[in-house]
Ligand binder design. Structure first.
Ligand SMILES: [Fe+2]
Ligand SMILES: [Fe+2]
Length: 411
């Protein structure tokens, strides 16, 4: 097969990206296009606004919404860069993707018939005209050209002379460069974020953005240090193999909301961001591992299967991710049950877990409203609602929860 690979940050994915993919397919140079959302992009290290899993799943949601007849069947999204430690340079991404075993496995998973998936394949690295102009300054451009032909979009009125740039790459680096005509709409992610006009963002992505309350004041992480932001981004990549889409995005949402609540109520936003983000990190580990980790953190305090992931999460965050801060680990440990004499940080993670934007299990508006002004009242309302649910199910109340309820004056 002739395989086009299209990398980018997709922050957010927009109609210009989709048009470019469609026009690349229509050009006949490629049979399919694999979109690769970057994990840690060398060009945008500090300007990327969302952790990689959001951008990956948002792009996937758009791909899944494309009609099959419209080329949707030939467009895939790859998570290959989650496997690269540190900065993901294009040459590394290509090195991994052009491995015959990887590509056969990937294409088979996408529903491509085995014989076709096995190749041999030819690879094309798809790019916009603007990036072609700077290609010679990229990291190891010869390596890139060894793996793939460059396939550059060309549009009337381009600021870069594509033919000249292509010729220069052929002459200086001896690479193969092809061009195709781009008819699609003009738009840029940076412009969308600057103006707040999301009309060029496909509906599936807009829904995704609304569900998780992305690109809001909250996700700007005001009051959070750059170091904590970086650690938050890293935690998202670290958790990716251990959690499914829903759980991973939930736990990251809790990180964002916890940081916002910490700023509002005078707790440490750096710690809140990390504790919230990691709170469910152990939730999908096998139950025996969870039991062992839980016992390591607090003996036999937790035995109920549904609760094990909380103390286990503290140990997994500590030993797996290297989080050593005891306040953060405790906030993770008690996020399900609460406990007596809770710190503000513990209350915040407890609360954020129950009311992050993607939560829909009950009418959360009254609690979300209380969380605008009064942390203790919001925690009290949450505990009361959970107690009511447990009482109806005749489930026993955990001793730590009994202590929390007593502190909150709930009988
Ligand atoms: Fe949990
Ligand atoms: Fe949770």
């Amino acid at each position: 097969m002739k395989i086009g690979i299209y990398g980018g940050s997709f922050d957010p994915v927009h109609n210009g990206h989709i048009a470019l993919v469609r026009d690349a397919l229509a050009s006949g140079f490629v049979d399919c296009v694999i979109i690769v959302p970057s994990v840690k992009n060398s060009f945008k290290l500090n300007s990327m606004t969302l952790p990689a899993p959001y951008r990956f799943y948002m792009t996937k949601a758009v791909r899944d919404s494309l009609p099959e007849k419209d080329g949707g069947r030939s467009i895939f999204v790859s998570d290959v860069e989650f496997g690269i430690k540190g900065i993901s340079y294009t040459c590394m991404t290509l090195e991994l993707m052009t491995d015959p075993e990887y590509m056969t496995g990937f294409l088979t998973e996408q529903g491509v018939k085995k014989k076709k998936a096995e190749g041999p394949h030819e690879y094309y690295w798809i790019m916009g005209s603007d990036t072609l102009g700077t290609f010679e300054t990229w990291y190891k451009p010869e390596e890139i050209l060894r793996h793939a032909t460059l396939l550059a979009a060309k549009r009337p009125g381009d600021s870069v002379d594509v033919d000249k740039a292509a010729e220069s790459i052929r002459e200086n680096l001896g690479g193969r460069v092809e061009t195709f005509r781009l008819n699609g709409v003009m738009c840029a992610s940076s412009e969308i974020l600057k103006t707040g006009d999301f009309s060029q963002v496909p509906e599936a992505a807009r829904e995704f953005i609304a569900t998780h309350a992305l690109y809001t004041e909250r996700t700007k992480l005001k009051g959070v240090s750059d170091k904590a932001k970086e650690r938050f981004f890293e935690s998202a990549v670290w958790m990716y193999p251990y959690l499914g889409e829903k759980r991973l995005l939930h736990t990251l949402n809790v990180g964002y909301l916890s940081a916002e609540l910490a700023v509002r109520f005078g707790a440490d936003p750096d710690k809140a961001l990390i504790a919230g983000a990691l709170h469910d990190c152990a939730k999908e580990l096998d139950i025996d591992s969870q039991r062992e980790m839980a016992a390591d953190y607090c003996g036999d305090l937790f035995t109920d299967k549904k609760l094990l992931h909380s103390p286990a999460g503290a140990v997994f965050a500590r030993d797996g991710f290297g989080e050593k801060d005891r306040e953060i680990l405790d906030a993770i440990c008690y996020h399900t049950t609460g406990r007596g004499s809770m710190s503000a940080l513990e209350k915040i993670v407890y609360l954020a877990d129950k009311i992050e934007p993607a939560r829909t299990y009950m009418d959360l508006e009254p609690i979300r409203k209380a969380a605008q002004t009064d942390l203790d009242e919001a925690v009290r309302m949450t505990a009361l609602a959970i107690k009511g649910k447990f009482d109806r199910q005749e489930r026993p109340t955990h001793p730590s929860t009994v202590d929390m309820l007593r502190d909150l004056g709930i009988k």
